[in-house]
Design a protein around this ligand. Structure first.
Ligand code: NAD
Length: 207
């Protein structure tokens, strides 16, 4: 009997932290990976780590704020593997830690662009690719998508938005066999949380 084709997953923000850990875990389950990140070095390193395990991975550089990049990510995945079963829309930035009146429109827009519009950009192309055969999409929200955090107005707004987007799309595409969920991690020690410009040490603001 012919073995079923091994599944294919896209992981955005796969060059670091939660994305890298998830990509490695999926690879251990024999899922074929497309590691995507704006950071070439980290993304290529993750793909290399997966191949060193004897599993399959390619790296596709993607800026999730660019709709064209997200279209190219899905097109490259289909060109290389011929299918997409799983998409983990996980790329994100912490944003600038400041109270709302000091936040500034430029900082606000950047956080919304990466953390919310980036998920929308990825999803639109992934959904189109999954519409026939179904699949599973998981978006990374945050515990800050369910509650407020001082100094994190843009991040909280974006992550609340990811949850709303996930809920709406899940209702729209369940009939196509596409499951759409969000995860809301608490504190995970990654380059995002230990960085000097991280939103997470809001302790700095409260001190
Ligand atoms: P990380 O900084 O280690 O990884 C984030 C990755 O996203 C990086 O590799 C970065 O290059 C990539 N990225 C940033 N901007 C991008 C863009 N425009 N296009 C494509 N890739 C881009 O951080 P992490 O902690 O692993 O965070 C992963 C996700 O988890 C984020 O969405 C974050 O908001 C969320 N999250 C993290 C925590 C935590 O405590 N670490 C908690 C809740 C949610």
């Amino acid at each position: 009997m012919k073995a079923p084709a091994r599944k294919v997953a896209i992981v955005t923000g796969g060059g670091s932290g939660i994305g890298r850990a998830t990509a490695l875990l999926l690879a251990e389950e024999s899922i074929r990976l497309v590691v995507s990140d704006i950071a070439q070095e980290g993304g290529e390193e993750t793909a290399h780590l997966i191949r060193a395990l004897g599993r399959e991975a390619i790296f596709v550089r993607t800026d999730v704020t660019s709709d064209a990049d997200c279209a190219a990510l899905v097109a490259s995945t289909l060109a290389h593997y011929g299918r997409i079963d799983i998409a983990f829309n996980n790329a994100g930035i912490p944003g600038y830690p400041a109270f709302t009146t000091e936040y500034g429109l430029t900082n606000w827009q950047r956080v919304i662009d990466v953390n919310l519009t980036g998920v929308f950009n990825c999803m639109t192309h992934e959904l189109a690719a999954m519409k026939q055969a179904g699949g599973s999409i998981v978006n990374t929200a945050s515990i800050m998508g369910t509650r407020g955090s001082p100094g994190g107005s843009a991040y909280c707004a974006a992550k609340h938005g990811v949850i709303g987007l996930t809920k709406a799309a899940a209702l729209e595409y369940g009939r196509n066999g596409i499951r759409i969920n969000a995860v809301c991690p608490g504190y995970v020690e990654t380059p995002m949380t230990v960085g000097e410009d991280s939103i997470f040490p809001t302790r700095k603001l409260q001190a």
